[in-house]
Every structure is written in C-alpha cells, then in structure tokens.
Design a protein around this ligand. Structure first.
Ligand code: BGC
Ligand code: NOJ
Length: 812
C-alpha cells in the first residue's frame, strides 16, 4: 500500500494520506541552521548542534506521536471553528491534504470550509533562519473573517538540560517583543550572545510568549484557549515555557488570496554589543533587523527559494542517469544523493530516531558518509577530512566521536574501536579519486587537536595503518578492541551491569580477540595507500604498503576462512565467531562482502563460495540479513549483539549498510543480475508499494529492516541517518553502473544485468562533463570505450582537454 507518490519531474515525494505509519520527515537547511519537518509539520530546528543550540522543542516518543512543530491555526470567526492546515495538532477533518517533501523544502496544504491554505517551509541558502510562507485562499462566495495564529515552543538551548533540569529551567525563560517580532533570549543576560526570533510580515492583533497563557490550564496544542476564544493576553513573563505566538486578523473576500510570511531565526551578537542601550538588558536588535526585514518580503523569499532550487540542481547534477529501471533512476538522480547530503549535514545526530542529544560526529561514520557526497561538495569534503584527521591520536588511533561545535574528540562516548583508522584512509582515497587534489596530502594537521603536533596528512594515513598493524593478535589478524564496524560485536566487554553502555563498559581492549573485518579493511586501505604513495613517487613506501596488504590477505585466507565462507572473528578465548562450529551466528555478512572487496580469495575461488553462502543462508526477499542464526540469549562474551531480540538490529536484521558490500562483491565477480537484484530488494522506492509493511519513508534508506527471525519481518526502522545511504550510492553508481572515479581519471566498467540494453549518464568529474552512453552488445561484461568516437584502450578515460566529452561504451 502507498501513502503518496513520487513526482520525479519536481523531485518531490507527495504524501496524500494523513495516516502515514510514522511521521515521514524531511530536512531543511544546508549550512549551519537546520530543521526536521514531518508531513504534518512536526519537528524542530537548531543551529549547528542539535543538542547544544536547539531552537525549538520537540517531544520524542510522545503520544500522540510527532508533537512539537511549526504549527499554524486558522479560526473561522463566523462559526468559531478552528483547524490547522497541516492537520497536526488539531487533527481536524481537512480535505485535499498533501505534503510535498522536496530537496530542502516542504510544502503542506489542505482545504477546510472552503479556505485553502498552503505553507511552504524552507531555509534560504546561507541564512540562519527558516521561512514559513503561508498562502490563504477564500474559495467560498462569502466574505470570511479569519484569525491566524502561529506557534512555536522555544527550547532553552541545551536540549538535554531542557528536558530534565526543571528546577532551574522553570525560572530562566526570557523574551522580548518588538512590533511583530518575538525574541527568545533565555540566558542572554549571562553567557550567551545568541537569541532566536520569530517574526511575521503582518501587523499583529495580539501575541503570547507564555505557553500556559496560550494553551490555558490543562489544555494541549490541539485546543489552545487563545485560539478557541480568539483572545490573546500579550503575555511577557519570566520563566516557565516561552513560546512564540502571533495572532492576526484577516478578512478574505470571495476568491481572495493572502500571503503571510513568518521568519524563525537564530542570531549572534558581538559579545561587546549585546545590549542596546549599552548597560541595559535589552537585546541589541540593530544587527538583525535588516535580515528579518529582507526575509519578510515576498520577492526576496521567492528569489531565495529559486536559489535553493538551483543549489540542488547543481548538487544532484553531478550525476544523472537514465536506465531501464525507474527505481534506480529515482534514487540515483534524486533521493539517494539527497540522503547522502543529509548524512553529511547531520551525521547521526537528529532524526525521528536520533534525538539530537546523544551523538556527536562519528569518526567511522563521517569518513564513510564522505564516499556518498564527495562528488557534490568536494571542498567541504576536504575540510571534513582535515577536521577528522585533527581528532586522530598520535598513536594513529582515533577518538570515536567529536562534537560538531568544538570539533574536539569526545572520550566519554568510547574509544578503541580498532577499525576507525582504516576509514580515514578510505575517505582520503575516495577524495583523491574524485578530485585529483594531491596537495591535500601535504596539509599540516595536528593530532588530538593539539597545537604543535602537526604533521602532513599523509603521515596521518600512515599512522592509521601503523595503529592496526601494531595491534595484532595470536593469528596475525588485527585485534578487534572494543568493536569494529559492528559496534555491537563486543568480544572484550563482558558487561553484566544493567544499563551499562556497551560503548564504554569494560576496558575496551584485550590482546586475543581478532577481527576479520578489520583484516579486510586493512588490506583495502593498505593497497589504496600503496597506490597513493606510488602516485607521489614514494616507491619504497608503496612497495612496503603493498607487502603489508598482501601479507594481511594471506593471513586472512589462512586463518579467516571457515571452509565455505569467511569467519567473522576470534573471541576472547580464541574461539571462532561466524563459523560452522558455532550454534548461533554461524555466518556473518560483513566479512563476505569486505574480504571480496579487498580482493581476498578472489582468484583462489573463496570469494565466489562466500557469496554463494550469502545467497543460501542470508539473502531474503527484504534484503540480506546480518547473520544467521541470530543469538537467542544474551552472551557475556558477545556483548550488545546478543542484547537484541533475534532479527533486530545487529542480531540478524537486514542491516542495510552491509548489503551494498555484497552488491559490490557480486559486481566484482561479474554477477550484474544478482548485484541489481540485491540492490532492488532494499531500494526504498521499490519498496514503496509495501509502505504499510516497511513503514518508514519510501524516499530514503533506513538503517535496518527487521529480519526473517523477527516478529515484523520487513518492517524498517531508523531512517535517514545511516551509512546505508553512502554505500548504496557507491554500489549502484560505481560498481553496477560502473562509473568509478580513479586516481588518474574516470573509469567506466559497468556490470549490467542481462536484461538491460544499456543506459545513459551525465557525470561532472574534475570540471569536465562526460556524456556517457552504454550499450549492451553481448551477454558478457567485456567493456570497450570510445571517446568522441575514438576507441580508447582499457576502461579508464584519460582526463580530456575539453570541458565536455562524449563517451561511447559497449558491454558484451
Ligand atoms: C546500535 C548500533 C550503533 C551503536 C553506537 C548501538 O546501540 O545498535 O547500531 O552503532 O549503538 O551508537
Ligand atoms: C551504526 C553506527 O553509526 C555505525 O558506526 C556502525 O558501524 C553500525 N551501527 C553497525 O554497528
């Protein structure tokens, strides 16, 4: 069952049913100011850090769900009836509802009692504010006197504190009101020099800034006293819960349209110009009024909206494809690219499933996300790499997370994830392949953000590998530490305390438990770094690194092969994990994909057998599960993975992040049909028809789909912020479609399904536009290239002189 449809021409998903199984959300903002918005206007906004600079409140895990948002109330002053055009929070029986989620904006509209209302929400590029652009239309033949109420509930900045520290919070809230602008200035009197504001383009008939005055005692957002009675008290009191509410009176003639603009924003003043007049406690508004006035003008916001559109044209325009499959086209051209940008912007901080208060930027996560967005924002990718490298430790290890506001590593959330360093090498290699920006390797970057410790970035990469090679276990395989890519495989933790975090419990290390996943990542990273060093003329170093990669591959073949698939690990007692010897967790997905991607055991035939085992034991109609059989009980020596009920999360769900590794591996072995089949099983657009089962948004990937051992096989959770976005983008674009950036140019090596006659693509790469046409001429995977009609040997297109070239590709 569907709840809407894809409008590909407008790059929108249009939700037409109100009863979506979950709030289906979208994101606003691209730089510093961000918001989440659901299909019924739920969500919140923040500046840079979803925990520390939260502008508005949202009630996670509330009933009814999705409470707190950008709500408007319309009141028919003839009947006294009132409603919200976005349905929430009044949940009135509105007609013609639709929510258009587009790239960086959301438009929600409905009709009630012949009043059509539409609100367009977006953040103008480069601004620290959001627009609510409301249009009303009187579709009746009578004059309609209306009252219009806006509402936001301000968060007292630190979202964690805001939700817990009431003995203080109920005394600190402060606001100012000047004309149609409501200023939220809690703690501005002391150490903050920032405030929020909520402005309106119309003269107001009244306002509220106190939640209880607006709602009335014991009333909720669905039935505010001020709206029901059409009466505001112009409340300005200290403490409790500050809100921003404008009351307008608008009378619409038959057929008349009225546009009303609201601006919700964030502003900082220079510390010595906080107050006006100086010495007072009144906000200096001179620095912000020009911005507010600009964005209350219709023509300016129309221009800003057009600019937003163009910005997204530019971003997704880096790669556009036309294939025989609409789900491929839609995801590659629009939604998967968009999700990759969202993971760049938000990391894992704020979604419907991530509360914004828990997590900083993950080292591993951020490096992987880069694989999906580097082509769209190479300059920002460069900065991200330098920021990440600056949190690396001198040992070559890494802080597992850092805080976006300070860019400093955060020890409190855990360390000793021994795979972390490998990802920095893979991110830099992806960046170099995309950009050819070799001088980045000479950038001086500190360790642990400590001035005076700077070395060239290249040295950071060497230390990454050194860290892994310096932490080797009894079989010559890398020690797992606290965990590897699978945060829940905690072989050294032995946690028995209820509620203890698996990310921090225990000592985080041990000199016995080893990881085949890190062995594969090391092999991959070492051979990339070998190519990088060879490219900059360091031949001895390149040979040394390739030797290390080959050595690790050999060790993995020897000690990491279980007979029919790759082992997952050795535990604290040196017992195999992911082996036929085990009763549960006999086979894991990660090493089958990653070992093949690292080239381990391909020519020996091991990789092919491992992928066959994946097909036999792990593949399901809803995707490939992480392991089989799942753990039926909690095991001290396994940790968090066995904390989940069978079929959920790391304990045997379709953990979508890992599926593209198998797609890539299948493509590497030349199996285009199977690669595309796996791709489509978890493709959100393909799953749209079963939205009532899948439940998450059909336009973005979710972290997991409940596995075959779960109660709700096929039900997705944890949408939006997941490494799944980047890896699926890589799998489909670079390996199945085969448009793969390489150190010396763009490689074209499609591994197409048999039934495809070909595809076309436009790729912007290093300033050149490639118009690529691929035709299947036979059943094989043999690729022949021609550039501007001239045959080229191999599969690499030499960097052209022109800024546009056409490339003809035959596959057969
Ligand atoms: C989740 C993992 C996640 C980890 C770290 C665990 O509870 O299952 O998916 O990586 O927390 O945040
Ligand atoms: C989610 C985390 O963000 C990611 O870093 C980890 O690799 C996966 N879970 C698997 O545990």
């Amino acid at each position: 069952m569907r709840y809407g449809y894809f409008d590909d021409a407008n790059r929108e998903y249009v939700i037409t049913r109100l009863d979506t199984p979950l709030p289906w959300i979208n994101y606003l903002g691209m730089e510093d100011y961000f918001g989440l918005i659901s299909n019924t206007a739920g969500g919140y906004s923040f500046y840079q850090d979803a925990r520390l600079r939260r502008l508005t409140r949202y009630r996670y895990n509330n009933v009814p769900m999705d409470m707190g948002g950008r709500y408007i109330y319309l009141r028919d002053n003839l009947s006294g009836d009132f409603w919200s055009p976005t349905w929430m929070p009044t949940r009135t029986d509105i007609k013609d509802y639709s929510c258009r989620h587009g790239l960086g904006y959301t438009i929600i509209g409905s009709t009630y009692r012949d009043i059509r209302a539409e609100v367009r929400y977006f953040v103008p590029p480069g601004q620290n504010l959001e627009i609510w652009d409301l249009t009303l239309e009187n579709r009746s033949d009578e004059e309609r006197p209306l009252s219009v109420f806006s509402s936001v509930e301000f968060c007292l900045w630190d979202a964690q504190d805001d939700a817990t520290n009431f003995q203080r919070n109920f005394n600190t809230g402060e606001v100012e009101v000047a004309g149609s602008v409501i200023f939220h200035k809690t703690e501005y009197r002391e150490r903050r020099n920032h405030f929020a504001y909520f402005a309106c383009s119309e003269p107001i008939a009244g306002f509220e800034t106190q939640r209880e005055a607006f709602l009335g005692p014991f009333r909720g957002w669905e039935d505010p006293r001020a709206v029901a009675e059409d009466a505001t008290t112009d409340s300005v009191r200290v403490g409790w819960s500050p809100v921003g509410v404008h009351r307008l009176r608008e009378t619409l003639q038959p057929g008349e349209n009225k546009r009303i603009i609201y601006v919700l924003g964030y502003h900082e003043n220079p510390p010595d110009e906080k107050f006006d007049p100086r010495g007072s406690q009144t906000i200096n508004k001179r620095t912000v009024m020009a911005v507010i006035e600009t964005y209350l003008q219709e023509e300016n916001i129309d221009a800003a909206f057009a600019e937003l559109h163009q910005a997204w044209d530019g971003l997704v325009g880096h790669l556009q494809v036309r294939t025989p499959n609409e789900h491929v086209d839609r995801m590659v051209n629009i939604w998967n690219a968009y999700q990759c940008m969202v993971t760049f912007n938000l990391s894992r901080s704020a979604s419907y499933f991530e509360s914004g208060i828990d997590r900083g930027m993950g080292f591993r996560d951020s490096n992987q996300d880069l694989l999906g967005f580097v082509q769209m924002v190479p300059d920002r990718a460069r900065q991200r790499i330098l920021d990440l490298a600056a949190t690396q430790l001198e040992s070559g290890g890494a802080f597992h997370q850092y805080q976006p506001l300070t860019k400093r590593g955060n020890e409190a959330v855990g360390s000793n994830f021994n795979d972390d360093p490998a990802w920095l090498v893979l991110a830099v290699s992806a960046y170099l392949k995309e950009t050819g920006d070799w001088p980045v390797l000479d950038e001086l970057v500190p360790y642990g953000n400590t001035p005076g410790t700077e070395t060239p970035l290249l040295e950071h990469l060497t230390r990454c590998l050194q860290y892994i090679i310096g932490n080797i276990g009894p079989h010559g395989l890398p020690l797992i530490g606290r965990a590897d890519w699978n945060d829940c495989l905690n072989l050294n933790t032995f946690s028995s305390q209820p509620g203890e975090s698996f990310q921090t419990a225990g000592n985080g290390g041990g000199r016995v438990a080893e990881s085949i996943v890190i062995a594969a990542l090391f092999t991959l990273a070492a051979s990339e770094l070998a190519q990088i060093t060879a490219h900059v003329g360091m031949t001895d170093e390149a040979n040394r690194l390739q030797g290390l990669a080959d050595g690790m591959a050999a060790t993995t073949r020897r000690y990491g092969w279980d007979g029919a698939w790759f082992l997952r690990a050795y535990d604290h007692f040196s017992k195999p994990v992911g082996s036929t010897e085990n009763e549960e967790g006999k086979i894991y997905i990660e090493p089958q994909g990653l070992c093949t991607m690292a080239g381990i055991g391909i020519k020996e035939g091991l990789a092919g057998r491992a992928l066959k085992a994946v097909e036999t034991h792990l593949a399901t109609e809803h995707g490939i599960v992480l392991l089989q059989p799942p753990y039926q009980q909690y095991y001290l020596q396994m940790g968090e993975i066995s904390s989940y009920p069978p079929g959920y999360k790391e304990n045997g769900s379709v953990f979508c992040h890992t599926n593209p590794w198998i797609m890539i591996a299948e493509a590497q072995l030349g199996n285009g049909d199977r690669a595309l089949d796996y791709y489509l099983r978890i493709n959100p657009s393909k799953r749209e028809v079963m939205s009532d089962l899948h439940r998450c948004e059909p336009y973005c990937y979710a972290q997991m789909i409940a596995g075959k051992d779960a109660g709700h096989f096929g039900e997705a959770k944890n949408s939006w912020l997941t490494g799944t976005a980047a890896w699926n983008f890589v799998a489909i674009t670079q390996w199945i479609l085969g448009l793969r950036p390489d150190y010396d140019g763009l490689r074209v090596e499609p591994v197409l399904p048999q039934g495809w006659s070909g595809f076309t693509a436009t790729r912007l790469f290093r300033g050149v536009r490639y118009d690529i046409e691929v035709k299947r001429v036979g059943p094989g995977n043999q690729v022949a290239l021609a550039v501007e009609g001239e045959p080229v040997a191999g599969t690499l297109i030499p960097i052209p002189r022109a800024d546009r070239v056409s490339v003809q590709v035959t596959v057969g």
